[in-house]
Design a protein around this ligand. Structure first.
Ligand SMILES: Cc1cc2nc3c(=O)[nH]c(=O)nc-3n(C[C@H](O)[C@H](O)[C@H](O)COP(=O)(O)OP(=O)(O)OC[C@H]3O[C@@H](n4cnc5c(N)ncnc54)[C@H](O)[C@@H]3O)c2cc1C
Length: 194
């Protein structure tokens, strides 16, 4: 059986999801946009040979190949992060913001019920995080190093450690966990965030 169209032309960096289709939330936008441009090129060729296709549709496809939108004023205000579904990077940044902030505001002395709820939340999160390979890696890490939910500080440091493991894999600098409250709760001492 021939491979589906999108698999034949899979660019480097592209990851497939469980449905066998390209996974936007597992892929960075640069790799993702290569698929979009290839598709636009194909659509553009098809629309050129199809008299029923509208001129604006062809213009849309052609401009997508060139990496712009057909409307110049729209192009000047276009912002991928604010207007498009998230790629792996945008999703990652937003999710870390949520996770670190949640840890920063977790109770200093959580009740037994709060500890159980937090464990359950993180377990569910690692099951449903929409970047499959990221979620799988997180689940593996959580088996080796389960969430520390006994206090706010422990959770904040555990989360920092988890993030540093991902940073390490991606070749990024390790974050100093002594600064986790400054980054996610209190802001810097010079008051520039106040
Ligand atoms: C659970 C999870 C798993 C992921 N797994 C993968 C993966 O396997 N492969 C992949 O390519 N991408 C993965 N990502 C995405 C990746 O971690 C980044 O979010 C993405 O690459 C964007 O990186 P960034 O440099 O913008 O900053 P991010 O890494 O998103 O960090 C955002 C901000 O957090 C702060 N920060 C950095 N490190 C720490 C830390 N240790 N503790 C506290 N604060 C910190 C910094 O101020 C930084 O600007 C994952 C994301 C999440 C949430």
């Amino acid at each position: 059986m021939p491979a589906p169209d999108h698999q034949e032309s899979l660019p480097p960096g592209m990851v497939l999801g469980p449905d066998g289709k390209p996974c936007r939330t597992c892929t960075d936008w640069k790799s993702w946009s290569k698929i979009g441009k290839a598709k636009a090129k194909k659509d553009s060729k098809e629309s050129a040979s199809s008299p029923s296709t509208s001129a604006s549709g062809a213009a849309m496809a052609a401009s997508a190949v060139a990496g712009s939108t057909p409307d110049a004023s729209a192009a000047s205000t276009f912002n991928y992060e604010n207007e498009c579904p998230p790629d792996k990077e945008i999703l990652g940044r937003a999710t870390w913001t949520f996770l670190h902030t949640m840890a920063a505001y977790y109770p200093e002395k959580p009740s037994a019920m709060e500890q159980t709820t937090m464990k359950s939340l993180l377990s569910s999160f690692s099951q449903f995080y929409p970047c499959g390979p990221c979620a799988e890696h997180l689940r593996e890490e959580m088996k080796v190093d389960p969430p520390k939910v006994e206090s706010r500080k422990e959770l904040a440091w555990w989360m920092c450690g988890m993030h540093n493991k991902v940073n390490d894999i991606l070749g990024k600098e390790s974050f100093d966990c002594n600064k986790v409250d400054e980054r996610w709760k209190d802001g810097p001492a010079d008051g520039r965030c106040d």
